[in-house]
Design a protein. Structure first.
Length: 95
């Protein structure tokens, strides 16, 4: 199985990316989001829009796409808590 783990779902290009990946024998792609859509330092509500778009793209192609959540280190704990994640054990760890 070939998985492309670094695919950006830039606004308006998702279908073209999925089609091209399939044509090139990719079995699955992982979206990172349109991370430059709002510049280098997006506001929290802009980060939500990026993540919402990634989720919508994954839902359109659930058999083929997965997605990473885009977080800003300055407010990542708040985002994770709002999503219901237990951040205590992970806070401060970087991989």
């Amino acid at each position: 199985m070939i998985i492309d783990i670094h695919t950006h779902n830039f606004t308006g290009r998702t279908e073209a990316v999925v089609t091209a990946a399939k044509q090139h024998g990719i079995d699955r792609i992982v979206f990172l989001g349109d991370v430059f859509r709002f510049g280098l330092y997006p506001a929290p509500e802009e980060i939500c829009k990026i993540n919402d778009a990634t989720l919508a793209d994954v839902r359109r192609h659930p058999e083929f796409c997965r997605g990473f959540v885009f977080l800003n280190p300055g407010n990542a704990p708040e985002f994770l808590r709002a999503a219901g994640c237990d951040v205590g054990a992970q806070q401060g760890r970087q991989h």
